[in-house]
Design a protein around this ligand. Sequence first.
Ligand SMILES: CCCCCCCC/C=C/CCCCCCCCCCCCC/C=C/C(=O)SCCNC(=O)CCNC(=O)[C@H](O)C(C)(C)COP(=O)(O)OP(=O)(O)OC[C@H]1O[C@@H](n2cnc3c(N)ncnc32)[C@H](O)[C@@H]1OP(=O)(O)O
Ligand SMILES: Cc1cc2nc3c(=O)[nH]c(=O)nc-3n(C[C@H](O)[C@H](O)[C@H](O)COP(=O)(O)OP(=O)(O)OC[C@H]3O[C@@H](n4cnc5c(N)ncnc54)[C@H](O)[C@@H]3O)c2cc1C
Length: 616
Amino acid sequence: MASMSVKHAIAAAKKLRSLQERFNPGGSDIYPALMGDEAITALIPSGNPLSVHILMFTRALREQGTDEQYEKFGRRADNNEIIGTFAQTELGHGTYLRGLEARADYDRGTEEFVLNTPKLSSYKWWPGGLGQTCNYCIFVAQLYIDNEAKGMAMFVVQIRDEETHMPLPGVHVGEIGKKMGLNGVNNGFLGLKDYRVPRLNMLMRHQQVLPDGRFVKSPVSQVSYFPMVFVRCMVARQNSNYLAQAATIATRYSVIRRQSPIEEGQPEPKILEHLTQQMKVIPEIVTAVVYRLAAANLQNMYNETAEAVYRKDFSRLPELHALACILKVATSYDSTYGIERLRQACGGHGYLTAGNLGNIFAMAAPACTYEGENSVLYLQVGKILMKNWSQVLAGRELMPSMAYISECSKMTSFPQWTGSWECLLKAIQYACVGSIRLAFQSYNARVQSAQSQTAAVNYSGLELTKAAELHGRSYVAGNFYQQIVNSPNKHQRSPQFQKVLENMLELHLIQIFFRHLGDILRFIRITEDEISALQRRLEEVLKELRPDAVAITDAFDFNDKILSSALGCYDGNVYERLFEAALKHPLNRKSVPDFFEAHLKPFMKENADNAKKSKL
Ligand SMILES: CCCCCCCC/C=C/CCCCCCCCCCCCC/C=C/C(=O)SCCNC(=O)CCNC(=O)[C@H](O)C(C)(C)COP(=O)(O)OP(=O)(O)OC[C@H]1O[C@@H](n2cnc3c(N)ncnc32)[C@H](O)[C@@H]1OP(=O)(O)O
Ligand SMILES: Cc1cc2nc3c(=O)[nH]c(=O)nc-3n(C[C@H](O)[C@H](O)[C@H](O)COP(=O)(O)OP(=O)(O)OC[C@H]3O[C@@H](n4cnc5c(N)ncnc54)[C@H](O)[C@@H]3O)c2cc1C
């Protein structure tokens, strides 16, 4: 599987390189080159052993290294002459970066760093491609000068000989073992013992160690976290993609499969005619669209911030960090939940490997963990919301994506309930701000009672997480509303297309309203009739969107090879493809399986003999 994945990945790398040259001549930002080409990763069902090379290794060299270091290492990496990974996580630490144990001691006598993973728990563990594919890595370690800790730093480390691929002296490297998915990625482990690299192998765009050992601190230490921010942005796009794939499969299957008459005596309908099936499938189609649009917005913001950081303007980093966290969490949680819901909507056949929904789930699910475990990132955002609420109390302006918090904070009560889109969106935002205010009261009381900030964050963690989740909902729903209602290109859309988009907006807002009804009722009075009216509208908009479900998923434009699903094939010949896949199973090569003579027959015979004996 590993070699097949590498073969596919190299083919994809070549395609990617040509896309880069076409879309972005001379540049190296893969994002424009990937427009519509995320499918590259989908073509490698067991995961891409080179994706960390592309997404993190090359970018870290470009964004964290000096121009000279880019010339020495980055250009070769961009050209895939060397293949690297991003080795940060350790067997003993992943989240708490300040607890990483790998160390780099500066030797001013030789102007080298001595790299060590001092204990088993210090071994790098998880980096994609590290096990067998990569010959280089970005090695993240705690920097020590004269045994004084200076914080995290990144080092370009060659781990295998470029000709023989043999691990170099002082390097202990290998594969960490089977996972629940992505088994073509060869996530690996890496131990280093007194491994020396030249001073200029430390990436020094933002912080430097001078030949005599003097340390020049980074103006903004968090800029060393920037490689993770990029992948969080990509995760938002990629996981919306996985959800769109699963929604396409389940929608197509739901208009092929017939089951259970709705009216007595009537023929069995397509299962998508059942209202409960519509409620399982159609909201996931809309969620995929909603997150695709939000991820595109975030990517634009990433590109702008990356350019600013290149100019040493770090002002937009905090907002990008907050949004990258919130979208990476919301998209990975909702896509994982949605893909499983879509699998269940396909009955037993959804559980067949030939349906590919299990593999799509296994590809999407780890995004809840890598690039920052989701609950930890929610706490990050909760902390940022606390800081911003202090700004609100001080009457200061907030970052654009949090402007609604200031507006809602000035409302003494929620206006008369109308049930309009604006009302629904405002209700979600108002509930979010109410949650922030309550979280702040708890958090601040703890800080005032002399708890440390980290302890106050921990003990207020449930309220911080809730506030962060509602902030994510507010941002995503607000972005979708703007794109549908206020987009500058709205007049270019046909009325029919605009109506479909507005139906999708209606469904998204009502669905989020019902998902957070408890949070909303805590701060807004809504009558039972007003809630029942929304229930009717939910049923109505599902019915309205039903005729468009196939067209919307066809517009995702996944070909059969990418979906790789007997349930979601474009021609709809589901049963023929399921049967074709079944007949290919190795167990069907012989009429009598080998285990019959070896195990089953003796077992049955022994039971029969025992039965006879017991009768005598
Ligand atoms: C060649 C092949 C080609 C093939 C084809 C192409 C393939 C590629 C392309 C594919 C197609 C499309 C794309 C698809 C792919 C997309 C997804 C697939 C990716 C798969 C690969 C996954 C690889 C996974 C890699 C990893 O997991 S790397 C390791 C990740 N680890 C983490 O994220 C660690 C999490 N922990 C932390 O981030 C931190 O410890 C923390 C929890 C944030 C705590 O930080 P800390 O400094 O300790 O303390 P704080 O007080 O919380 O923060 C201090 C301060 O800093 C601010 N802060 C924190 N983080 C950031 C940040 N990132 N940016 C900016 N600011 C930050 C924080 O707010 C605080 O600020 P204040 O002081 O102001 O409060
Ligand atoms: C498929 C995959 C690919 C990966 N690729 C890479 C890679 O290429 N490079 C790389 O460096 N890493 C990679 N990783 C590692 C990944 O970044 C870590 O798994 C992730 O950062 C979480 O760290 P951990 O696994 O050590 O969990 P821990 O940090 O031990 O956290 C375990 C659990 O403890 C809880 N927890 C931890 N901290 C807190 C907190 N502050 N507050 C509340 N609860 C907390 C959370 O519930 C968390 O799930 C990959 C992981 C996976 C699954």
